[in-house]
Design a protein around this ligand. Structure first.
Ligand code: ITT
Length: 203
C-alpha cells in the first residue's frame, strides 16, 4: 500500500509511540515522529485536564512543524489519592520522568490503603490538530486496581502495578495486541481513527 499523507505523532514516550503505531499500522498515513526533527521548542503541559493538555500538545507541535499532528495526554487516577497523579502522572516525582520512582511513590502513598479501596483508572485523550486549530479529539478509560508487587514486563509506566480484576492480569502482563484491545489508549485511537480518515480524505 502506498501511503499518501503524513501525520506527526508528537510524543517523546516510546511506550505510547509503540502502541499508537500498532493500532495505526494499516492506516493510509505515514507516521512521522519527533525524532525526525531537530530540537523543537518544548510544550508546557500545564493544563488542568487531559483534554487541555492533549489539545495544547497537538497545536504546539503542529505549529512548530507545519504538519498535521496527533498528541496523547494520559495518566493514572487513583481514587484513594483524590485522583492523583492524574495529569502529573509522567512527572509524579519531579521534572525528570522516572517510572521506577513514580511507581515507588505510588505504592508508598497507598501503604495504608486496603486492597478493596485501591480502585484506579487510566485515562487517555487524543487530539489531532493542523497548524491552525484542533481538528478532532477522542478519549478512553480503563478501570483497574493498584497492587503493591509489580507483575509483567510489557507496557510502560504504571502498567506493572495496574491489575485488571476480571482478567487477574496487570496491563504489563498483556501482550501489546491485548492491551490495545482494552486500554484507554486503544479505545481513544479506535475512536479517533474514522474521524482522522475523513479529515485526511477531505483535508
Ligand atoms: P508525551 O507528553 O511526550 O506524549 P509523557 O509520558 O510525558 O509523553 P503524559 O504527560 O501524557 O506523557 O503522561 C503520561 C504518563 O501517564 C506516562 O508517562 C505514564 O506514567 C502514565 N501512563 C499513561 N498511559 C499509560 C499506560 O498505558 N500504561 C502505564 N502508564 C501510563
Amino acid at each position: 500500500m502506498v501511503k499518501h499523507r503524513k501525520l506527526l505523532v508528537a510524543t517523546s514516550n516510546p511506550g505510547k509511540l509503540r502502541e499508537i503505531r500498532h493500532v495505526f499500522a494499516d492506516l493510509d498515513v505515514v507516521l512521522v515522529t519527533l525524532a525526525e526533527f531537530g530540537e523543537l521548542p518544548e510544550v508546557l503541559e500545564d493544563g488542568l485536564t487531559f483534554e487541555d493538555n492533549a489539545k495544547k500538545k497537538a497545536r504546539h507541535y503542529a505549529g512548530a512543524t507545519g504538519m498535521w499532528t496527533l498528541a496523547d495526554d494520559s495518566g493514572l487516577e487513583v481514587d484513594a489519592l483524590d485522583q492523583r497523579p492524574g495529569v502529573n502522572s509522567a512527572r509524579f516525582t519531579g521534572p525528570v520522568q522516572d517510572a521506577a520512582a513514580n511507581n515507588a511513590k505510588l505504592i508508598a502513598l497507598l501503604r495504608k490503603v486496603p486492597p478493596e479501596q485501591r480502585s484506579a483508572r487510566f485515562r487517555c485523550v487524543i487530539a489531532v490538530a493542523d497548524p491552525q486549530r484542533v481538528l478532532a479529539t477522542a478519549s478512553g478509560t480503563v478501570e483497574g486496581v493498584i497492587i503493591d508487587q509489580p507483575r509483567g514486563r510489557n507496557g510502560f509506566g504504571y502498567d506493572p502495578h495496574f491489575l485488571l480484576p476480571e482478567l487477574g492480569l496487570t496491563t504489563a502482563e498483556l501482550d501489546p495486541e491485548h492491551k490495545n484491545r482494552i486500554s484507554h489508549r486503544g479505545q481513544a485511537l479506535r475512536d479517533i481513527r474514522p474521524k482522522l480518515e475523513t479529515l485526511l480524505r477531505t483535508g
